[in-house]
Design a protein around this ligand. Structure first.
Ligand code: ADP
Ligand code: ASP
Ligand code: MG
Length: 443
């Protein structure tokens, strides 16, 4: 089986949904189609929750009304056949009535509200397939996708439940929602923003798919963030390790955790462009034939914490005590560097910052900076160690680098800079490591 995942823009309009259907129907294989919400919908649902949390129910209802109008327009374009439009209309009406009724108990219903985008898009897609005369099966992600109390996917449970569902479902095209899941209390929850990629990868792993295809609005993983850098280009093939580093460190094209299930099960992931299906895209697989820097990504919202040992030397047990504090507050550490007297590390979760700093203060003198960015250079640095770090640092002579992490993994070099320097750093690295390298040499 093949897993196809289509993101928000891919299902963002009637015209685009038709493109998605054409891609799916062109593939004569058994498949699971994982859909995101129509682009903008999850943002609107977040905004509705924010209004409700601030006791602004009228504002929430105004957003709901506006959103409903956008769906009315979408369905009138999508369903050209009267009878199918007549099916879609009451569906949208009911869904939005439900959404309005959810506003009465806002806090309790927050996650249920967030789940509506994917529930709507998958239903509309199935109705559209019906209009085309194709029979498909729609299965609810809430019947098999689940997370445990640490918000980690319950892989074995997912596998057992999904296998049983598929055993009773022989349709060639099975549609399901990305993003949404159940938590240990059997409540509706989600895999965090951008989580449909993760759903696709978890589903691929659960059914041991032949391939996971992530269809989006760009022709594959680019060598640098196209939102901030001009002249980026798609990479034809990249290893799981490199892709996982890039996803984790901010390449928005993939949810941070989405490569791990595919990698663990050695299932290739193909990134494709819904709006240019002929483009080759990027194949992520188990390969290590590259050398040097493949791609650069950046992650914002980083907090850098420095702990200076009171005993002046890196005493035995010091690091252990430091790490125990982060463990206690379930806060992962991204980067770490040490010196004789101090350790600097970064986290991206502010939730327990106050408590962490308080406890670290009993071990050493603590300083911290917020609003930092990690620049991640992914590649294979095992055979080409010579000159790589010099080339990277040479690009950034004009940028204040706060931390450098090199050698922790052979696939990653990380640099910590102030967020204000991020875009400049990304561009300088692009110029020095890609553009200049590819310029024809003068005779
Ligand atoms: P979807 O809604 O399909 O999940 P996303 O918006 O989440 O799409 O991801 C695609 C976007 O990721 C692209 O439009 C691009 O702006 C951004 N992006 C960031 N870094 C990269 C990169 N290295 N390569 C490709 N796209 C990237
Ligand atoms: N709809 C969700 C979001 O916007 C999940 C996704 O698109 O992957 O975050
Ligand atoms: Mg996405």
């Amino acid at each position: 089986m093949i897993v196809f995942k289509f993101g928000g823009t891919s299902v963002g309009s009637a015209e685009n949904i038709k493109k998605v259907a054409a891609i799916i129907n062109d593939c004569d294989r058994d498949k699971i189609v994982v859909l995101s919400a129509v682009s903008g919908t999850t943002n609107s649902l977040v905004a509705i929750n924010n209004c409700l949390a601030n006791d602004k129910k009228e504002d929430a209802l105004a957003i709901i009304n506006k959103l409903e109008l956008s769906y009315d327009e979408l369905i009138s374009e999508l369903f050209s056949v009267e009878s199918h439009h007549l099916d879609a209309q009451p569906f949208i009406k009911t869904k939005f009535e439900e959404l309005r009724s959810l506003t009465t108990e806002a806090t309790k219903n927050e996650k249920i509200i967030l789940a509506q985008g994917e529930i709507i898009s998958t239903n509309l897609f199935q109705m559209y397939q019906k209009q085309l005369g194709n029979s498909t099966a729609l299965i609810s992600a809430l019947d098999f996708m689940s997370i445990d109390m640490n918000e980690e996917p319950e892989n074995e449970k997912i596998k057992t439940k999904l296998t049983a569902i598929l055993a009773n479902n022989k349709a060639q095209t099975i549609i399901t929602q990305g993003f949404i899941c159940l938590n240990p209390d059997n409540e509706v929850d989600n895999l965090k923003r951008g989580g449909s990629d993760y759903s696709a990868s978890l589903i691929g792993a659960a059914i041991n798919a032949e391939q996971i295809q992530i269809w989006t609005d760009i022709d594959g993983m680019h060598n640098n963030d196209p939102r901030y850098v001009e002249n980026t280009f798609p990479i034809g093939e990249i290893s799981f390790d490199e892709a996982a580093e890039l996803a984790y460190f901010g390449a928005k094209i993939l949810h941070p955790q989405s490569i791990i299930p595919a990698q663990k099960n050695n299932i290739p992931v193909l990134l494709k462009n819904t709006f240019n299906p002929e483009a080759k895209g990027t194949l992520i697989k188990n390969c290590h034939n590259s050398t040097g820097v493949r791609a650069i990504a950046a992650k914002d919202g980083i907090i850098a914490i420095k702990i200076k040992s009171y005993r002046m030397l890196m005493a035995y047990g010091f690091l252990n005590n430091v790490f125990a504090v982060f463990e206690k507050y379930h806060t992962p550490i991204d980067m770490i560097t040490t010196s004789e007297i101090a350790v600097s590390l970064t986290i991206d979760n502010q939730k327990y910052l106050k408590e962490i700093v308080e406890e670290l203060n009993t071990i050493g003198k603590v300083e911290y900076d917020t609003d930092m960015s990690i620049i991640c250079l992914a590649g294979n640095f095992s055979h080409s160690g010579k000159g790589i770090s010099a080339a990277v640092l040479n690009c950034l002579t004009d940028v204040a680098i706060r931390m450098i992490s090199y050698g922790g993994s052979q696939y990653n070099i990380s640099l910590l800079v102030e967020k204000n320097d991020k875009i400049r750093a990304l561009n300088l690295l692009n110029e020095g490591l890609f553009v200049q390298q590819n310029k024809p040499q003068e005779a």
